[in-house]
Ligand binder design. Structure first.
Ligand code: 4AD
Ligand code: MG
Length: 429
């Protein structure tokens, strides 16, 4: 039986008690007949004191020889030590090296490009470990909340023949001699599923051939999307804000250590509270103009505008009712030309987390919009069927999981919210 290091650091093991841990050498320091070997496992890091004469000669020699990242098993007794990182030390009685590591290529002060080249190894860093632990919990929290709200998790396809978000960011592929795409969004297929399950969601990879290099765009990202029958734009926004509150509170409560390790203030997440401010697009334009931005009705927000709108906020905000002409064919249009839609922006310039809307239900209107967008109706024949057989009011949204994790963790770049980032110049490792 192996004890997770976290349990020792949490003070769950009585001082003097013998335990066995298993992990990798994080750091090592020699002081004559005493080796201080810091060992990490998935849960934490702890210093082990390996003393000649206390462990066997073989084991002492192993501890002396073993380089960083060697895989080890350590048996020893727990000792409180204010000087040790984490407040506890393990006094080793046995030190087994399972694998002697070669010289690890990562040391201090290496370039970002190099660290991305050895991402498969850099994932062992404390920072990325903390992020991945938080990401796992974000995904768990999303699933728990959806279940609690009566949503069914579904599994829409990734290989598709219809585009949801326009042609410019589609990855095209040859599907046995026919043209197909990697999915940009599961939305259209989720819409089909509401007619049987009413409330559905999916967490799938989405692909965008983004040519821009920014700190918020990946070419492959995880997309959490939901769709619900008999719900309007306001109703789906209420679901989203409650979900976000739930996720933020859970992370603040359950990932306190990881947040601290990342230098992120857990109190800020604990304070996220629905409802969020709703700002109509027209009002957002006015706010920006007041701040001296040269922007006019019909312009989209770039990173600078998103930052100006949210710099002084502590809570996310919704921007609602964009001009329908700026938005995809499926959004419900109001008589005044606005769309019944919303974007959710994270505070402090972290940018768009969610895009969502009420969906157009009328067959003729959708056909006209598709034609105006230069799309062939035959490519959407199946989708148009959904407006032929029992069409009902419905709404949905898509949330970029890495965008959310980036904000929750307070990361500079979105690539650190995913283990193996795909961006315009990188699909390795
Ligand atoms: O705003 P988007 O393009 O909306 C849709 O795809 C809708 N069909 C969703 C729906 O209603 N079911 O994308 C939704 C979210 C964005 O708000 C953003 O968080 C994320 O997906 N996203 C990206 N995340 C990382 N890298 C990219 N290149 C992203 N593009 C969008
Ligand atoms: Mg969007």
């Amino acid at each position: 039986m192996f004890t997770p290091i976290e349990r020792i650091l949490d003070g769950e093991i009585a001082e003097g008690k013998a335990v066995k841990i298993r992990g990798w050498i994080y750091r090592t320091r020699q002081q004559g007949k005493l080796n201080f070997v810091v060992v990490r496992d998935a849960s934490g890091v702890i210093q082990c004191a390996v003393k000649k004469g206390v462990v066997s000669d073989d084991h002492f020699e192993g501890a002396t020889k073993a380089l960083i990242e060697s895989a080890v098993i350590v048996e020893g007794t727990v000792k409180k030590d204010a000087r040790a990182h984490g407040g506890y030390e393990l006094v080793a009685s046995a030190f087994d090296v399972l694998h002697f590591s070669e010289i690890f290529p990562i040391s201090k002060d290496q370039s970002t490009e190099f660290l991305l080249d050895v991402r498969h190894l850099w994932l062992r860093s404390r920072e990325l470990t903390a992020v991945m632990r938080i990401k796992a919990n974000v995904l768990a929290a999303i699933r728990d909340f959806c279940k609690q709200e009566g949503y069914f998790e579904t599994t829409p396809p990734i290989l598709t023949t219809s585009a949801a978000e326009g042609g410019s960011t589609l990855f095209e592929l040859d599907y046995f001699g026919k043209k197909a795409f990697l999915s940009q969004s599961a939305q259209l297929h989720l819409e089909a599923l509401i007619f049987s399950l009413e409330k559905v969601y999916a967490i799938t990879p989405s692909f965008r051939a983004e040519k821009s290099r920014t700190n918020k765009h990946l070419t492959e990202y995880w997309h959490f999307e939901g769709e619900a029958a008999h719900v309007d734009n306001e109703g789906i926004m209420q679901f989203e804000e409650r979900l976000l509150e739930y996720v933020c509170h859970r992370i603040a409560k359950e990932n306190t250590k990881e947040l601290a390790e990342l230098g992120r203030d857990a109190k800020e997440l604990a304070a996220v509270t629905a409802p969020f401010e709703r700002v109509p697009y027209a009002e957002a334009i006015k706010r920006l103009q007041k701040k001296g931005v040269k922007i006019k009705d019909g312009d989209d927000f770039g990173a600078d505008e998103e930052k100006l709108l949210t710099d002084d906020k502590t809570q996310p905000i919704f921007i609602t009712h964009f001009p329908a002409s700026m938005k995809p064919f499926y959004m419900k249009e109001n008589p005044d030309g606005t769309a019944n839609n919303h974007d959710l922006l994270a505070p402090k310039g972290f940018g768009e987390l969610i895009g969502g809307s009420e969906r157009e239900t009328d067959l003729k209107t959708i056909e006209a919009k598709l034609e105006k967008a230069g799309e062939k109706l035959e490519n959407y024949a199946w989708y148009l069927d959904l407006r032929r057989y029992g069409s009902v009011q419905h709404s949905g949204y898509g949330l970029g999981v890495e965008r959310l994790v980036r904000w929750v963790c307070g990361l500079e770049h979105i690539r650190d919210a995913t283990p193996f980032p795909r961006v315009i110049n990188r699909a390795y490792p």
